[in-house]
Write a protein of this length. Structure first.
Length: 267
């Protein structure tokens, strides 16, 4: 049975063949696997591609151990991870400084940022990790954007060119567009609204604390974030919404701004 390759596959294959670093090869090989036909005629090819990918990842791991275990990846912290991406001197560092606790170097000369800069954005008590990606667009740094929850494109004028860069590196992460002239609150609102999250408040006595959840989350999801034992011993939950109180079960769907107090049979 013929494989019947797509144009996407040949495009990714060509980029793989032209790749200069192992990290680049991994990016394009993963794309080849993603767009490769999945019928029986392609089984042997897919097995070969997966074996090649595993070999390349082992090479990166060995190189990392030799260099003291340093990796370019960044561990996710907070309730979501957002990457700032844009061209040189577009204002990424200024945006990072504006919305987080980070203090990146800001200057007029190009490529001031040579490694990812990290800050934590506070939004109504919820913590969002913000990572500025250097404008060198090195594959090992762009790989962070591929696994982030959101890419915030910082631009002046048009963002078509940076979109082309992201597309060429197979960055399919959801995008939001901001400018350095946007106010701090405008940027925070754009990022938050694009993440698809809601804030639900846990109630413990008189105290409440914010919790970020995906839209459509239920009381079960909320309870699991507290502790898995709470689900096993769940009795009911008291919920306050727009000044009204009700008693709900595990399958009840939550809204932004809800306040929830979980009652268990252990108490």
């Amino acid at each position: 049975m013929p494989v019947n390759f797509t144009a996407e596959y040949f495009k990714a294959e060509q980029k793989f063949l032209n790749a200069r670093t192992t990290e680049e090869k991994i990016v394009y090989l993963e794309e080849m696997i993603r767009v490769c036909p999945k019928h029986k005629g392609a089984e042997n090819l897919l097995a070969q591609l997966h074996a090649k990918l595993a070999k390349l990842k082992r090479e990166v791991e060995r190189a990392s151990k030799k260099s003291g275990g340093k990796k370019e990846g960044i561990r996710k912290e907070g309730d979501a991870q957002v990457c700032l991406v844009g061209y040189v001197n577009v204002g990424k560092s200024s945006v990072l400084k504006k919305i987080t606790n980070a203090d990146p170097e800001i200057d007029e000369y190009p490529y001031t940022t040579v490694r990812p800069e990290i800050g934590m954005m506070d939004y109504k008590g919820v913590k969002i990790q913000i990572i500025e990606i250097p404008s060198t667009f090195r594959p090992e740094y762009m790989a962070i954007a591929r696994t982030a929850d959101l890419v915030a494109v910082v631009y002046n004028g048009s963002h078509k060119h940076i979109d082309s860069v992201l597309d060429s590196m197979y960055i399919r992460t959801k995008r939001v567009y901001i400018t350095p002239d946007d106010s701090t609150q405008e940027i925070k609102e754009k990022i938050w609204n694009s993440l698809g999250l809601i804030i639900v408040y846990t109630k413990d006595g008189k105290d409440t604390s914010p919790m970020a959840l995906r839209k459509g989350s239920t009381v079960r999801d909320f309870t699991l974030h507290i502790h898995k034992d709470f689900v096993e011993h769940f009795w009911y939950a008291r919920l306050w919404r727009k000044g009204k109180e009700k008693q709900v079960g595990l399958n009840y769907v939550l809204d932004d701004g809800d306040v929830v107090e979980v009652k268990t049979k252990m108490k």
